[in-house]
Ligand binder design. Structure first.
Ligand code: ADP
Ligand code: MG
Length: 238
């Protein structure tokens, strides 16, 4: 696990500033949920943290170390995307192992980690299948497994449940919560679903136009929203 901190983090695309001076300290092992309307900069923040997008100005630290100039593979982070991004022609086992192979993890160690993650996620019986032979929920578990086998210090989730139906969403949400408790890892989780935010978060960050509107526990955000925007977005229903 590791802490994550943003110091005046900003991102411009041309003349438009999509992340606007974010200051935030995320504790070791914290489950932080980022919410905000479409276009508010949530994915851009995650992508900068993962090293998939360059920082325009400001600092990102992981475990106290500045990472702005590190390549994605040099950062101890794994990201789970909304569209899963599995390799269609590889088996589940190969999908789980691919990120380990490219990082030079020896084969026997990789196989141990794959079995562990598959057991943890209840997909051990699917290891020889390909993504096309899996349900949406199973694919989502494989996508999580691929992150888990890396044993990263920080997990990033970008709307991981948005392609699942309501019932499955509840199941996988419970699984993610259990995972956090079991691994104790720092998690930064993007969603626009109020229920997900309320049930998963240690703290919630509300973003609007690339800036933070409020940071607080689910209880604080729900009961004492800082302004009408926050209240309308996640506050107590009218
Ligand atoms: P969110 O995830 O909250 O929906 P994003 O971080 O994806 O928001 O996007 C924030 C803003 O940045 C949006 O206005 C989006 O159109 C813009 N944006 C995102 N990626 C790019 C890009 N590669 N080039 C130009 N604009 C982008
Ligand atoms: Mg997004």
């Amino acid at each position: 696990m590791a802490s994550v901190s943003f110091d005046k983090l900003s991102k411009n695309y041309g003349t438009s500033q999509v992340v606007d001076g974010i200051d935030l300290d995320i504790a070791d092992g914290e489950f932080l949920v980022l919410v905000g309307p479409s276009g508010s900069g949530k994915s851009t923040v995650l992508r900068m943290l993962a090293g998939l997008e360059a920082v325009t100005s400001g600092e990102i630290r992981i475990g106290g170390q500045r990472v702005n100039h590190l390549q994605p593979r040099q950062r101890d982070i794994a990201m789970v995307f909304q569209d899963y991004a599995l390799y269609p022609h590889k088996t589940v086992r190969e999908n789980l192992g691919f990120g380990l192979k490219v990082r030079g993890i020896p084969g026997d160690e990789a196989q141990r980690r794959i079995i562990d993650a598959a057991d943890m996620l209840g997909i051990a019986q699917l290891l020889d299948r390909r993504p096309g032979q899996l349900s949406g929920g199973q694919r989502q578990r494989v996508a999580m497994g691929r992150a888990i086998v890396r044993r990263p210090q920080v997990f990033l989730f970008d709307e991981p449940l948005s392609n699942l139906d309501a019932k499955l969403r509840g199941q996988v949400r419970t699984e993610i919560k259990r995972l956090h408790q079991a691994l104790g890892t720092t998690i930064i989780y993007v969603t626009h679903d109020q229920v997900e935010a309320m049930t998963l978060a240690d703290r919630i960050v509300i973003l609007r136009g690339g800036a933070i509107e409020q940071v607080g526990t689910p209880d604080q955000i729900y009961n004492t929203p800082a302004n009408i925007f926050v209240g309308g977005f996640i506050g107590a229903p009218a």
